[in-house]
Write a protein of this length. Structure first.
Length: 216
């Protein structure tokens, strides 16, 4: 089957990485097959939700047999594009950018960091896991020469829009945006926002609600 055959709903796609993670754990435990009920208990998702989600990919489950774990893991991996290597650059080598550049696990998933860029000359040449920090002035030429699919944006809000434009002009089609700004990009450019402070605010909200309940 091909991914293009059928468009998968956004809600399902949002859940796929979690399925992928759980299936990976099952493989590590040497588990070759699992029923939707067992997976449901592990993931705390209803079994019918699991069946519905996984049926999107051509019914890997068989009545009375369950799901073939390695097969499903591989297929979901393909759907997520994890069977390919992606080259990624990081723009903004501040605390967050450096943390991303230092995070080895992305590479294990096929996301190879091929360049780290910043505007601050003090950072020039400082090596992060073998990547010397480059200056922004080198970016256009770098993107002409190198095959880069993804740019992670870890710059302050004030420069994010301008950099996104520069990235788009230089052919970048996927931006992993950590800047606290909703980017305005052409339709064919994919943006995945990771707004850490918004996530923290949701946590704070839930904590506040829980504390209020306790007080009552
Ligand atoms: P972080 O927010 O990632 O923890 P920080 O607090 O060290 O980092 P920020 O002010 O958020 O610093 O900036 C992140 C990085 O982005 C800095 O290293 C800064 O030099 C860089 N930066 C700022 N403007 C630009 C720009 N126009 N182009 C490239 N890099 C930039």
């Amino acid at each position: 089957f091909a991914v293009e055959e059928k468009s998968i709903s956004k809600a399902v796609i949002k859940r796929l990485p979690r399925y992928y993670r759980y299936l990976g754990e099952l493989i590590e435990e040497g588990i070759e097959r699992i029923s939707s009920n067992e997976l449901s208990a592990k993931m705390r998702v209803t079994a019918s939700q699991i069946r519905q989600d996984l049926n999107n990919f051509g019914g890997f489950g068989q009545q009375g047999y369950g799901y073939n774990v390695p097969y499903l893991y591989e297929e979901i991996g393909k759907i997520l594009g994890l069977d390919k290597t992606h080259h990624m650059i990081i723009i903004g080598a501040g605390n967050l950018g450096q943390a991303l550049a230092n995070y080895v696990k992305f590479e294990k998933r096929g996301f190879k960091i091929v360049g780290v860029f910043d505007i601050n000359p003090v950072l020039k040449g400082i090596s992060i896991r073998g990547n010397g920090i480059r200056m922004m002035s080198e970016l256009p030429e770098f993107l002409q020469k190198e095959d880069v699919q993804i740019a992670a944006l870890t710059v302050p809000k004030s420069s994010a829009a301008e950099i996104a434009e520069l990235l788009v002009q230089n052919g970048i089609k996927a931006i992993w945006n950590f800047a606290h700004l909703d980017l305005n990009v052409p339709k064919d450019v994919i943006v995945e926002n990771v707004h850490l402070s918004e996530s923290l605010m949701r946590l704070s909200y839930n904590l506040t609600v829980a504390e209020q309940k306790e007080e009552k």
